[in-house]
Structure formats: structure tokens, C-alpha cells
Design a protein around this ligand. Structure first.
Ligand code: TXA
Ligand code: MG
Length: 344
């Protein structure tokens, strides 16, 4: 199959909507990352997503909608979930709710819940409104790789596996949506993302973060959000996260850098903009600014992909504080590093 990349003109969006209605796959930009979409209600179309990504079929998909009315046939919405929708949709929040029978098992892995989100990217909204069906869409990467934040990333992973990519430029948020479980006793973030805990708590003060978010799964433990598997978002080389006071972190990164280079390994230190000047003599890559952590979220996946393109074998990465959007950044970094963390 030939994969075309089109600018999101009215005609291109209309064509993409038509392809979705016909049961084909289309990749499209959202404010978080690019999504790989199929008609969520078509049990023949959805399996194509799993095949293209090489995604295990026990990992449920997020169903995307373009209007508030579209939510009603899909799931049961209580007052508290409604309050979240009013506050954060369209936007980077995914809500887990009890599903209605219309959801085919292939879409939500046969679970009692379904994940619903209304993205805010204008191209995504236009597409969802034009196609008139809910669209199941995971991130448009090969399973396990860093999520795509540009159309070029999608093409790198999935060329030949879908007919059309709408190219809406680079994504603004850069990490995926926050997934909040509204079927739990207390609203629980099972994947941190674009909407922070602090933001959620302005609407639901009892909202909390699942403790599995910042640690590997225990043996035999079932993931609340199956996508938060052990190694994920991972570059091909070995990534080590280094956590602690800035001076100690720099010392340890420089020592490990020197060692790895002496072992003949292609090595980079992934550093915060503010610290870059301190790493004299090391090859570094700046991952954004501590002052503006949204910039780290925006750059992170592209930086990890760049490490693969440059065939870097050893990466040492400065950790960031786990507050606000930092929680989502660290959640992805931990998994990209397969929980290889040095506390110094
Ligand atoms: O920002 C995003 O959410 C992007 C864009 C494309 O919208 N999508 C995305 O989808 O990140 P995906 O499939 O890569 O991640 C969906 C996450 C997975 O961790 C999955 O296990 C979880 O949501 N999830 C989906 N449905 C669920 C359900 N019913 N119960 C528990 N977790 C669910
Ligand atoms: Mg994903």
C-alpha cells in the first residue's frame, strides 16, 4: 500500500473522513501526539490498527469524538464525568467510563470500560466532525517506540501500512493525554499527561494519581492502564535516568559519559537547557527548559527518536521534578529507560 502525506486542506480532510467511513486507517494530528485512526464501531476496521502498529490486542484503544453529543451512545456519563468534559474538552483528557453495548470488544479489549476523548487540535476536530463516526486512535507509532509528534515520525514507523497521513505540523503538547479512571471509587489518573493533577483537582478535589504511575508493575500485577507496560517509548540504545541535586547529577553523568566513550560507545547526555553550559567536553542534546517544562514535554519523543536516527548506544538523561506536567514527562522517561534510574 502506498502511504500519502497530505496537508490538511478541506479536500484532504474530506477524503480522510471518507476513508475512515470505508473502514480504512488514517493518521492525523492531535494536540498531544499523532493518532492512527479507524472507525471505532467497525469490528473489521479496528484490527487493522493492531496489525499496523504490532500492538498486543489486549491493549484497549481510546475512542475520539468531535462533539459532546457523540458521547451519549458510547458510555454512561455521571455528573462528575460531565463536569470534567465541560472543563477540559476539547483537550488532552481521556475519561474511562462504563461502556455501552455498541462498543465492539476489539476496540476496548473486552473491558467493562471505554476510554473517550475529544481532542482540541483543529484538524482532528474537523476530521471527527466530517466523518460522523467515533474514531479509535492510539498513538501512530510502532508499538513500543516513542510516540510520533510529527507526520515524518508517523511515516518513519508506518510507511506502507496505511493509505493517508494528514500533516498538521508538530504537536503542541508532545506527550499523550491524561487518562482518568471515572469507574474507580475516586477519580484516578492511570496515565499522567497534558492535563495535570492540579488542573483536575480544581474540578474534582478528590482526584488522585494511581501509585503504579511511577514504578514498574509488580510480578503478576495487572496494569490499570494496559498501555503502561514495562518498556515503552523506548529508544534502541540504553537510557539511564539520573536523579538528584544538579551538581551530583552532572558529576555522575560526566563520569558515566567518560566511561561509555572509553568503552567505544556512541554516547549522549540529555540535559536541561539551563545546565547545558556545565557539560563541557560531553556531547549533549538539550531536551527543553526547566523554567518551561512544557518545552520538555514537547521535545521529549522527538529527542528519543533522534537518538535512534544517530544510532546512539548510551544515553544519560537528567531527571526533572515530578510536578505539574513533570509527572507525565517522568512517567514516560521511566518507561523509556525501562526503570533504569540512578538516585544520586
Ligand atoms: O493523547 C492521546 O491519548 C493519544 C492521541 C492519539 O489521542 N492516544 C494515545 O493512545 O495515546 P494509546 O493507545 O497510545 O494510549 C491509550 C492508553 C493506553 O495506555 C491504554 O491501555 C489506555 O489508554 N486505555 C484505553 N482504554 C482503556 C480502558 N478501557 N481501561 C484502561 N485503560 C485504557
Ligand atoms: Mg501509545
Amino acid at each position: 500500500m502506498q502511504t500519502r502525506v497530505l496537508k490538511p486542506t478541506e479536500e484532504a480532510i474530506a477524503e480522510a473522513a471518507q476513508l475512515l467511513r470505508q473502514g480504512e486507517l488514517v493518521a492525523f494530528p492531535t494536540e498531544t501526539v499523532y493518532g492512527l485512526g479507524a472507525n471505532a464501531l467497525d469490528p473489521e476496521a479496528v484490527p487493522k490498527i493492531f496489525a499496523a502498529k504490532g500492538r498486543p490486542n489486549d491493549n484497549p484503544l481510546i475512542v475520539h469524538i468531535g462533539t459532546l453529543e457523540a458521547v451519549q451512545p458510547l458510555c454512561y456519563v455521571d455528573e462528575r464525568a460531565r463536569a470534567l468534559m465541560n472543563a477540559f474538552w476539547p483537550g488532552p483528557l481521556t475519561i474511562l467510563l462504563p461502556k455501552k453495548p455498541i462498543i465492539p470488544a476489539v476496540t476496548n479489549a473486552g473491558l467493562p470500560s471505554v476510554a473517550i476523548r475529544m481532542p482540541s487540535h483543529p484538524v482532528a476536530l474537523k476530521l471527527l466532525r466530517a466523518c460522523g463516526v467515533p474514531v479509535a486512535a492510539p498513538s501512530a507509532n510502532t508499538s513500543g517506540r516513542p510516540s510520533p509528534t510529527t507526520a515524518a515520525h508517523v511515516l518513519d514507523d508506518l510507511n506502507g501500512k496505511l493509505s493517508l497521513i494528514l500533516d498538521g505540523g508538530a504537536c503542541d503538547v508532545g506527550v499523550e493525554s491524561t487518562v482518568v479512571d471515572m469507574t474507580a471509587k475516586v477519580p484516578t489518573i492511570v496515565r499522567p499527561g497534558g492535563i495535570t493533577l492540579e488542573m483536575l483537582q480544581t474540578v474534582l478535589s478528590d482526584a488522585r494519581v494511581a501509585d503504579s504511575v511511577m514504578r514498574p508493575l509488580r510480578k503478576d500485577e495487572k496494569a490499570v492502564s494496559p498501555g503502561m507496560m514495562y518498556r515503552h517509548y523506548a529508544p534502541k540504545g540504553q537510557l539511564t535516568l539520573v536523579k538528584g541535586g544538579p551538581d551530583r547529577v552532572r558529576e555522575v553523568c560526566q563520569r558515566l559519559y567518560t566511561q561509555a566513550v572509553a568503552d567505544g560507545k556512541k554516547t549522549r547526555v540529555l540535559v536541561l537547557e539551563e545546565h547545558a553550559p556545565l557539560y563541557d567536553g560531553c556531547e549533549t542534546l538539550t531536551i527543553g527548559s526547566l523554567e518551561r517544562p512544557e518545552s520538555i514535554a514537547r521535545e521529549l519523543f522527538a529527542a528519543l527518536r533522534r537518538m535512534d536516527d544517530e544510532e546512539v548506544q548510551v544515553m544519560l538523561c537528567e531527571a526533572v521534578p515530578s510536578e505539574g506536567i513533570g509527572l507525565a514527562i517522568m512517567n514516560r522517561m521511566y518507561r523509556a529507560a525501562a526503570f533504569h534510574v540512578l538516585e544520586v
